[in-house]
Design a protein around this ligand. Structure first.
Ligand code: SAH
Length: 346
């Protein structure tokens, strides 16, 4: 038994399988269409594929499908948070958000995370495993099928560090944007990273059309080291240099995410030094009021303070927005739903 994850394969790779099975080449395109356009996870529903071939595919090339464990809807803003179970019973979270321009989905890239950011719930239990390209895709496909919608944009900002699962991430992006598949524009895909510089450089070559977001959270190397241990390996100055190079190479604006934590990174001096650090770069700052997490004792900065912080950046002509806080009533901060579910099971 081969047990190859067919949903993670390109058309060319499926063609190789089809040729080995002595079937006509066009079957590969048909299969790719069923999987990525019609988003079917059951071979039996594939009407134009011969039964004999389906029997082989079902055993050797199983189609993975995520299983919905729970769904929480925020009645106020329509945000829906899904908890999915994978084949090995691991859990991942996905959030569907509704904006004026359409639906946006926030997907997970790993089960757990090993980056150790001190304010984040996803990293508390460490990294369990990498998500396969198919498991990233299926977070989108299952929801699109169930809700009968076409998602407008995808953000890889759920649980996990996408650039710590690089090859699977790139394969996922290439499959999702493939013209014979789901064909989502790469410009509608955003990848958020805590700053793994080597792979930021690779993104600029492999998929320069996507949007890159960097979780910055402090303009000071020492302070950032305390809240984001990745800074020990990749110092802040090097990260800023890599970002500058990235914008020059791709011509694309970078988004810097800055979660304001009361008394940690939110005083006005931080704002001024953040503006200095980013001066002249093709970028945009997204201020995020921190979501308090059960296991952590950080508090959000108050509204007035966030506005004052924004004013400092505005004055220095750094384009800045404050992220609309969606899903406040449903534990929408990364990793919270999964943690709660695991606790309840004990
Ligand atoms: N690992 C990636 C993507 C996942 S986190 C990254 O670090 O960018 C997505 C964003 O949410 C990051 O900016 C992260 O720093 C932020 N974040 C994590 N926990 C948070 C919390 N409790 N409140 C606000 N933002 C949080």
């Amino acid at each position: 038994m081969n047990n190859v994850d067919i949903k993670s394969l390109t058309i060319e790779e499926i063609e190789q399988i089809i040729i080995k099975l002595k079937q006509p080449r066009f079957r590969a395109k048909q299969l790719f269409n069923w999987i990525h356009v019609k988003k079917i996870s059951n071979y039996r529903e594939m009407k134009n594929i011969p039964y004999a071939l389906i029997d082989i595919l079902m055993i050797d090339y199983p189609l993975i499908a995520l299983n919905e464990v729970s769904k929480h809807e925020d009645n106020k803003d329509g945000t829906v948070k899904y908890l999915f179970e994978l084949k090995d019973k691991q859990l991942v979270e996905t959030v569907l958000m509704k904006y004026k321009y359409g639906y946006s989905i926030c997907i997970s890239s790993q089960v757990g995370c090993k980056m150790g950011c001190t304010f984040c719930a996803s990293t508390i239990g460490g990294l369990k495993r990498q998500l396969l390209p198919s498991e990233m895709l299926d977070q989108i496909y299952v929801i699109e099928r169930k809700m009968d919608i076409q998602i407008h944009s995808v953000v890889v900002m759920g649980t996990g560090e996408p650039l710590d699962n690089y090859d699977n991430l790139i394969r996922f992006i290439k499959l999702l944007s493939h013209e014979k598949g789901r064909h989502l524009s790469r410009r509608n895909i955003t990848v958020s990273t805590c700053g793994i510089i080597d792979n930021i450089n690779r993104i600029a070559i492999d998929v320069p059309q996507i949007n890159l977001a960097i979780s910055l959270h402090s303009p000071y190397n020492d302070k950032r080291k305390e809240i984001m241990p990745i800074t020990i390996k990749y110092p802040l100055n090097n990260l800023i240099q890599a970002c500058s190079y990235y914008t020059k190479k791709t011509g694309r604006r970078i988004t810097f995410e800055y979660s304001l934590i009361n008394g940690v990174n939110d005083d006005i001096e931080h704002g001024k030094d953040l503006a200095k650090l980013l001066k002249g770069m093709l970028c945009h700052v997204n201020l995020i009021p921190i979501n308090s997490v059960d296991e952590r004792d950080y508090l959000a900065a108050d509204k007035g303070h966030i506005l004052r912080f924004k004013e400092v950046l505005d004055k220095e002509k750094i384009p800045t927005t404050i992220r609309r806080s969606l899903g406040q009533n449903i534990d929408a901060a990364c990793g919270q739903l999964r943690n709660r579910h695991l606790k309840d099971q004990k």
